[in-house]
Design a protein around this ligand. Sequence first.
Ligand code: NAD
Length: 257
Amino acid sequence: MDGLFAPGLFAGKVVLVTGAAGGVGSAVARLLASLGATVVATDLSETALKALPAALHIPADLRAVAQCEEVISAALQGCGRIDALVNAAGVWVEGPSDAAQEEDWARVIDVNLKAAFFLSSRAIPALSETRGTILTIASDAGIVGNAGAAIYCASKGGVVLMTRALARELAPKGIRVVALCPSDIRTPMLQYQADRYGGGDPDGYLARLLDHYPQGADARFLSPEEVAAQVAFLLSPASAGVTGASVMVDFGLTAGY
Ligand SMILES: NC(=O)c1ccc[n+]([C@@H]2O[C@H](COP(=O)([O-])OP(=O)(O)OC[C@H]3O[C@@H](n4cnc5c(N)ncnc54)[C@H](O)[C@@H]3O)[C@@H](O)[C@H]2O)c1
């Protein structure tokens, strides 16, 4: 993606990235830092965050609202402002719904939906001052149903509609709210899916995912860097008119059949 964006595009901007030790989050943190942003990186473990070019590394378990509040406070205390919040923390679960466990529901909804909401909620005063942006990584699974992934779909569908509601609510404050909906991305999450749910054949699991894409033999997974580039574009002034949107980056997976 070299040369796609002006080098100082985000100079003077403070961007808080969750899931920053993960595939998408780390690519977002790296790209935005390379474009001049001051990045505040948060994830479960401090060790994994240390490798990132971020001004602040904040370990936090975002399932707790109190931790979401502490992350926002720490970002403001350390950097003085927040221009954008990128919600990239996420977890996956799949399996037949008649065998679903309450703890799976709680974990997936708490990380994917509740944390995204409460981080957004607590960042509103700061984002009002900067006329900033909230961008949450949703998924194609927030738009179409994915057999065997009802809990994950519920979390991502929730993100999509939460985004629309927040966009309407926060527009008078000058805050934009966007959901980015990528298809499968080559990250630790995708490898975890294949290893955990592939029935001992992770490559077969991944191949079956690609069978759904309309590109046939050319079907492929997104790279985290491609997703990060979409994030940079959606945070940039070029996207001033984009709010409440669910931006599909999915090779047409959800376009029809
Ligand atoms: N990988 C895909 O195929 C894909 C496709 C569409 C959407 N997404 C979404 O993109 C986002 C990023 O996913 P990824 O592929 O980079 O996954 P990833 O597993 O590489 O990264 C997710 C990060 O979230 C962090 N996290 C999990 N639980 C947390 C908690 N309780 N508190 C704080 N942090 C926590 C993890 O530690 C991890 O570093 C997620 O919301 C995911 O649902 C992923």
